[in-house]
Ligand binder design. Structure first.
Ligand code: NAP
Ligand code: 8YV
Length: 311
């Protein structure tokens, strides 16, 4: 008999297919009455497969009193109340490492696109402006610039390697200093002050909420660039918008926003911002690897074995 699971949202197609084939799956997003669906599942369901960024809080967990594991599609687990899970002895798993390369590639793409304005210069050709207005204005080079990584973890280290290959110098700030060959700054303001490009790749959640605020952006200054591939919550978005409009920083490259998929319309027309729709891990290969890990954790747990990637 297949083990029963609840799937919270419509996620990656191939993974959904696996989940529905290998488990007996209740698709919460399809239920006309979500509470009734949870009440029906409550006496039996021990596992939740979570997709997306909707909150999984203590109340949600209490609706499934037999819950033992939440298997998340994604490395960031800021949507899941980890304290509530701990209090209820619910294991939380995520999908680390398998996405490092793609997320780091995207981070570098944002660095290049933001400093060199490649998307804007591409639009210049497509809009037919080149013959009439002449050469596209000069931009600024990447090589020789200092990249300050806020959150030098698994993905941050993959970004550092790539950035070095582009001739960038690396600095970082974490709460804990690491044994790495990069200069350490004791706080985000010092890192911003010492960097040309501040690249944010910390986890989201309460511990990092608005970590990049006006003080950090002031330290980055009018020649400095911000790149965010972490979570929108880590940056004070209203302040960032104002600083971009007033040219108090030189530019920003953003893969993540505070209220995705809604990006304030004022960002759309900025010439000094490059905007991606949260695509850092969005390749066929990486999304499959993330889903395989999510499914593997569920199978291991149902087999009574330790999960592969607990949070
Ligand atoms: P990780 O290995 O846990 O690295 C996170 C790093 O952030 C650690 O080095 C940690 O060091 C540091 N950190 C945590 N809190 C901090 C704070 N308050 N101030 C400064 N540094 C702090 O995680 P990862 O696998 O690299 O992933 C990082 C995050 O990237 C994820 O949690 C997720 O939010 C985001 N992400 C986004 C995408 C996307 O599609 N855009 C894709 C994947 C991941 P200390 O503990 O020493 O502070
Ligand atoms: C995914 C991510 O886009 O892993 C993460 O933390 O942000 C991304 O890889 C997201 O989890 C899919 O919902």
């Amino acid at each position: 008999m297949r083990n029963e699971i609840v799937i919270t949202a419509e996620g990656h197609k191939g993974t959904l297919e696996r989940l529905q084939t290998e488990f007996s799956a209740i698709k919460l997003w399809e239920a006309s009455d979500r509470d009734a669906a949870l009440r029906q599942a409550a006496p039996r369901v021990r596992a939740l497969a979570h997709f997306g960024h909707a909150k999984v809080d203590g109340k949600f967990m209490d609706a499934l009193p037999k819950l033992e594991i939440i298997s998340n599609f994604g490395v960031g687990v800021d949507a899941i109340d980890l304290d509530a899970a701990r209090q209820r002895n619910v294991i939380v798993t995520n999908t680390p490492d398998v996405l490092n390369d793609c997320v780091a590639d995207t981070a570098l793409a944002l660095v290049l696109n933001t400093l060199r304005k490649f998307p804007q210069s591409e639009s210049y050709v497509r809009s037919g402006l080149w013959p009439t207005r002449g050469a596209y204005p000069l931009t600024t080079s990447v090589g020789g610039k200092t990249l300050g990584i806020l959150g030098l973890g698994r993905i941050g280290e993959a970004i550092a390697k790539r950035a070095q290959a582009f001739g960038m110098k690396i600095r970082y700030h974490n709460r804990n200093k690491k044994d790495v060959p990069y200069a350490y700054d004791p706080d985000p303001v010092a890192l911003a002050k010492n960097s040309d490009v501040l690249l944010v790749v910390t986890p989201g959640g309460a511990g990092t909420a608005k970590l990049v605020d006006a003080k950090v952006l002031d330290a980055l200054g009018p020649q400095g660039y911000l790149v965010n591939v972490a979570r929108g919550s880590v940056v004070d978005e209203a302040v960032l918008l104002r600083y971009l409009q007033e040219k108090k920083i030189a530019g920003a490259g953003l893969d993540v926003f505070e209220h995705e998929p809604n990006v304030p319309a004022a960002f759309w027309t900025l010439d000094n911002a490059v905007l991606f729709p949260h695509v850092a891990s969005a390749t066929v290969e990486t999304r499959k690897a993330m889903g395989d890990l999510q499914v593997e954790n569920l199978h291991l747990h149902f087999a009574g074995k330790p999960v592969k990637t607990p949070v």
